[in-house]
Every structure is written in structure tokens, then in C-alpha cells.
Design a protein around this ligand. Structure first.
Ligand code: OAD
Length: 234
């Protein structure tokens, strides 16, 4: 089976009703990124940051995977698919994808404020626990914090993502503005012989590093319909 590696971003979930980050109406317009997505913002006002992610979790309960997520999951019938996602939602999982690397963490998990990467303190929340409060403590006595990789923090899953990307026979970039590193740099690890596809309704400026990119300028669902036909045509 050929190995298909997908790099997804916020645009993947846009048709499910999840806001993207950049551009008009994006989340970073409404919430200053330094307040809600940096360790300094969390240190300054943990309650505000915890509430921001509580709100994102409440939203998660109201949204569903879209056709784009489902088509990626369906490609597992013909390809060995790994999804490397920058998204913190669980829509790829709920659509049925089985191999997912969450580069920027997961909304449905919490971790220790002292040692955010320590696996002993990373815990999956049941939906009834989605409202984290100040005073909810990890077993090391620290406040439970969202299991999210904030700006300025290390991206521990990048090594696993690089290993996967290096072995890709086909690489797909979908719904990401390719602004945030190290995720955007993953293309550098794709073999020059590997076909690269990019699905986005808007122009994305990519440092293509010699790759010829097949651009499908459509939203995720329609772009995935087109790509599925291209990849599965016998
Ligand atoms: P962005 O908000 O930067 O980019 C979203 C991309 O999705 C843009 O290129 C849009 O054109 C595209 N888009 C919009 N609607 C779409 C649709 N229906 N179908 C397909 N594409 C669509 O989001 P990311 O690139 O994911 O990190 O942002 C990367 C990281 O920056 C995020 O993981 C987050 C953010 O700050 C953290 O919070 C650490």
C-alpha cells in the first residue's frame, strides 16, 4: 500500500463550523494570541486561558466532521494514511481516521502546568469534564492546563511527523496557511519524487523547495472529492 501523508490545518474544519485563526473573522482577531496561546499569557491569567479552551470544548460538542474529513478517512481503504494535523479538535478521529499526529495538542486532553509534556499527567477528559476550573489539580499538585502547544513552546510530536513525512509516497497539504513552524517546514522532508497536492480555496504562499505542487483551489470537501477521483482512478 502506498503511504499518503496529510498535513491539515484549521481550514479542514471550517466547513464543520470551527473558526480558522488568520484572516477576517479569524480567532486571533477576537482573542489576542499572546493572551490565550502563550505560556506568558497563561502565567498572567490562567483563568482567562482555561475559559478560552473551555469555550473551544463546548463548541466541539456541537460540531461534526465534514465530507473532507470523511473522504480522508475513506482513503484508508486504498492507502496507508497518516494525518499530521495542526488542529486541536477531534474531527479527524470522529471521521474514522486511524493514524493521527496532533502537532499542536488536543482539546480533549489536559496536562500538568509544571510538566506539560510528562505523559503521566496527560489525561483524556470525558465530555462531562470539559469545563476545567481553577483548582482542578493534576496528580503533581499543579493546575490542570489545556494540553495545547502554545507559541514559544516545543513541538514534541514534530520528530514523529518528520519520520512519517520522509516516507510519504503522496503528500497532501489541506486547509493551512503554512504560516506556523515547524509544521510548515515539513514539506522540506518530502522526497522530491513524491507528488504534492495542496487544497485551499485561497492562495497559499508555500516555500515549495523545488516541489511542483498540484494546487486544487477549492474548499476541503470539494477539494477532497476531486483528489479522491485523481488518486483512485484506475
Ligand atoms: P490559518 O487560520 O492560518 O489558515 C487556515 C487556512 O485554511 C487558510 O489558508 C484558508 O484559506 C484555508 N481555508 C479556509 N476555509 C477553508 C475551507 N473551507 N476548506 C479548506 N481550506 C480553507 O490556520 P492554520 O494554518 O491551521 O496554532 O494555523 C496554524 C496554527 O496557527 C494553528 O494550529 C494554531 C494557529 O495559531 C496554535 O494555536 C499553536
Amino acid at each position: 500500500m502506498k503511504k499518503l501523508v496529510v498535513l491539515s490545518g484549521a481550514g479542514m474544519s471550517a466547513e464543520s463550523g470551527v473558526s480558522t485563526f488568520r484572516g477576517a473573522g479569524g480567532l486571533w482577531d477576537k482573542y489576542p494570541v499572546e493572551q490565550v496561546a502563550t505560556p506568558e499569557g497563561y502565567a498572567a491569567d490562567p483563568g482567562l486561558v482555561i475559559n478560552f479552551y473551555n469555550e473551544r470544548r463546548r463548541q466541539l460538542l456541537k460540531v461534526e466532521p465534514n465530507r473532507g474529513h470523511k473522504l480522508i478517512a475513506e482513503l484508508e481503504k486504498e492507502f496507508d494514511v497518516t494525518v499530521v494535523t495542526q488542529n486541536i479538535d477531534n474531527l479527524h478521529e470522529r471521521a474514522g481516521s486511524s493514524k493521527i499526529i496532533h502537532l499542536h495538542g488536543e482539546l480533549t486532553k489536559v496536562c500538568s502546568s509544571f510538566s506539560p509534556y510528562d505523559p503521566r499527567y496527560i489525561r483524556e477528559l470525558d465530555p462531562e469534564e470539559y469545563e476545567i476550573k481553577l483548582g482542578n489539580l493534576a496528580p503533581d499538585g499543579s493546575q490542570y492546563r489545556p494540553y495545547i502547544v502554545w507559541f514559544g513552546e516545543a513541538v514534541p510530536k514534530i520528530e514523529e511527523a518528520i519520520r512519517s513525512v520522509e516516507q510519504a509516497d503522496i503528500f497532501l497539504i489541506i486547509g493551512t496557511s503554512m504560516n506556523v513552524y515547524p509544521a510548515a517546514g515539513l514539506l522540506n522532508y518530502v522526497s522530491s519524487r513524491t507528488p504534492v497536492y495542496l487544497i485551499d480555496p485561497n492562495e497559499v504562499s508555500v516555500n515549495s523547495n523545488g516541489h511542483k505542487i498540484h494546487v486544487i483551489r477549492k474548499v476541503a470537501s470539494e477539494g477532497m472529492e476531486e483528489l479522491t477521483t485523481l488518486l483512485t482512478a484506475k
